[in-house]
Design a binder for this molecule. Structure first.
Ligand SMILES: [Zn+2]
Length: 319
């Protein structure tokens, strides 16, 4: 039986990003009243100028403070948060990520992406449930017959560098949904792409964490990584993110980002190994291992960022 909706979820942590936990489907439903509350009903809309060229409408509704741009609704119930620069950052990051991963001209997002900003980890867990653990962000897309009917990012802003790491990572998942829809990418591919949207600092952190995992002996063989279907156990997560990011980066470097994006399309159609073979002539896991040796993972993931630096500069100036 086909269900009318399918939902894709992912989360980012300082050390982990938990993708697609079914519990968030329930959480999303529980949050529906809040989602309705952010509709601009019985409110006085005020047009303001966000930094530079981003048009932003700010209003209050149902206890929420909302900043609405062409593609986002940034919502918080904490009026003490200073989020004036977030509209421009979100729009800028969206453009950067789309330029990397989408080949076609991009239309305005309808529906807009809701960015629900939580002041503390307690607020974040209260809204999403304890299953979010120590994650910093969570992206949720909802589909109806392949069409996106809801885009949402929850983010907690008590975490360090959330603008540079969790927000770009989660927004990458949202943008990728424009290309892949409800078709699920394998974890290494989905999260590897997300890792490469993070800051240089975060990827250095991941490289160091991988070195520790290597010492512990908690790393994946390429065969294991390619065929991983479940979110990794905690002791393997450092290796998972670093190895996934390194493999994505190395494949992108091999044939360019456009070829890599077409490869990702083939992955969801014919499977990982068949797509590797037809796109890159990598016929076996051993062939893949040869292009991403364990000794190179840390260096590759450290240097492998994909986003234009201007988005980072915007945030750093505002930090
Ligand atoms: Zn992720």
């Amino acid at each position: 039986m086909l269900l009318p909706f399918s939902t894709v979820v992912s989360r980012t942590n300082a050390v982990e990003c938990m993708p697609r936990l079914p519990v968030v489907v329930i959480v999303l439903a529980a949050l529906t009243p809040n989602s309705q509350a952010v509709e601009p009903v019985n409110v006085k809309a005020q047009a303001v100028s966000a930094p530079d060229t981003v048009a932003c409408y700010c209003y209050q509704s149902g206890g929420w403070s909302i900043q609405q741009t062409d593609n986002f609704r940034i919502c918080t119930i904490d009026r003490n948060l200073k989020l004036e620069n977030l509209p421009r950052l979100c729009e800028s990051l969206r453009l950067d990520i789309q330029a990397t991963w989408l080949s076609e001209d991009c239309t305005l997002w309808q529906p807009r992406c809701d960015v629900v900003v939580h002041a503390t980890s307690s607020d974040y867990r209260r809204a999403l449930g304890n299953s979010v653990g120590n994650s910093v962000g969570c992206a949720t897309m909802k589909f109806d017959q392949g069409r996106i009917v809801s885009r949402r990012i929850d983010i907690r802003v008590d975490a360090d560098h959330w603008q540079l790491d969790a927000l770009p990572h989660e927004l990458t998942h949202v943008v990728l949904a424009d290309r892949f829809g409800a078709r699920r990418l394998p974890p290494w591919l989905d999260e590897g792409i997300g890792v490469l949207s993070e800051s240089d600092r975060k990827r250095r952190f991941r490289a160091d964490a991988f070195a520790d995992a290597l010492n512990r002996g908690t790393i994946y063989s390429i065969h294991e990584l390619l065929h991983l279907r479940q979110f990794p156990r905690p002791e393997y997560r450092d290796a998972f993110y670093a190895q996934s990011g390194a493999l994505v980066r190395r494949l992108m470097d091999h044939g360019g980002p456009d070829e890599f994006a077409r490869f990702a399309d083939r992955v969801v159609t014919v499977g990982t190994q068949a797509a590797l073979s037809e796109t890159y002539n990598l016929d076996t896991p051993a062939d893949v291992s040869a292009i991403v040796d364990v000794s190179e993972v840390a260096a590759i993931v450290t240097c492998g960022g994909t986003l234009d630096t201007k988005s980072n500069l915007i945030v750093r100036r505002d930090d």
